[in-house]
Design a protein around this ligand. Structure first.
Ligand SMILES: [Zn+2]
Length: 197
């Protein structure tokens, strides 16, 4: 029988996606038996990150600053705004090196069944950015899922109102697939072959 504190630690690891009871137990014992120092660093860093990381006031991605480094960079103010569902999508696109503009991170997609409407994914903030005329092209890179497509369509309608050009990544992304699992080559192709909406 595990001590209550060890049991608590195992339970705590289970907040992570894909971590079942077995893996959680392995992680807990690994840290306690073999790497207490690593465990302490993990605990401190996690506490600090959870406390300090919030959302960029311009693009909504995760950052501990008021605005993220991409939004802060004047070189990135090309007028192109790439709309993605999650911060990990920004990371994959950045790794491909294909895109030089700025991002807008929805932190999800429209999903009326789950009560996720336009304001939950920041579309009011996006609309205010479209209205200030600093955006010349929206590149919608939501996932090619039913919800991702519905979200893309909604944003397209919004951009139409402000006469902003809209294009959509399509080529090479399998239907139902997710951006973050694409390799850089496929992603670069998807950017170059983006189609107008
Ligand atoms: Zn930002």
């Amino acid at each position: 029988m595990q001590s209550p504190l060890i049991q608590e630690l195992i339970e705590a690891f289970r907040v992570l996606p894909g971590v079942g009871p077995k893996s959680a137990q392995r992680m807990a014992y690994y840290l306690l038996e073999r790497n207490k120092k690593g465990g302490a660093v993990l605990a401190q860093t996690l506490a600090k990150a959870v406390e300090e990381v919030g959302h960029c006031s311009l693009c909504r991605t995760l950052t501990e600053e008021e605005t993220c480094s991409i939004c802060q960079s004047s070189r990135r103010a090309t007028g192109e705004l790439c709309i993605v569902e999650s911060p990990s999508d920004v990371t994959v696109i950045e790794q491909s090196g294909i895109f030089q503009g700025q991002y807008f991170v929805l932190m999800g997609h429209l999903s009326p069944i789950d009560g996720v409407g336009p304001s939950q994914i920041g579309l009011d903030l996006l609309e205010s950015r479209l209205s200030d005329k600093s955006v010349s092209e929206l590149i919608i890179a939501t996932n090619p899922t039913v919800e991702g497509e519905a979200t893309a369509h909604y944003i397209q309608q919004m951009a139409f109102k402000y006469e902003v050009k809209v294009s959509r990544l399509a080529q090479g992304i399998p239907m139902g697939g997710e951006l973050e699992y694409l390799d850089s080559g496929t992603l670069s192709q998807a950017f170059l072959a983006r189609r107008s909406m």
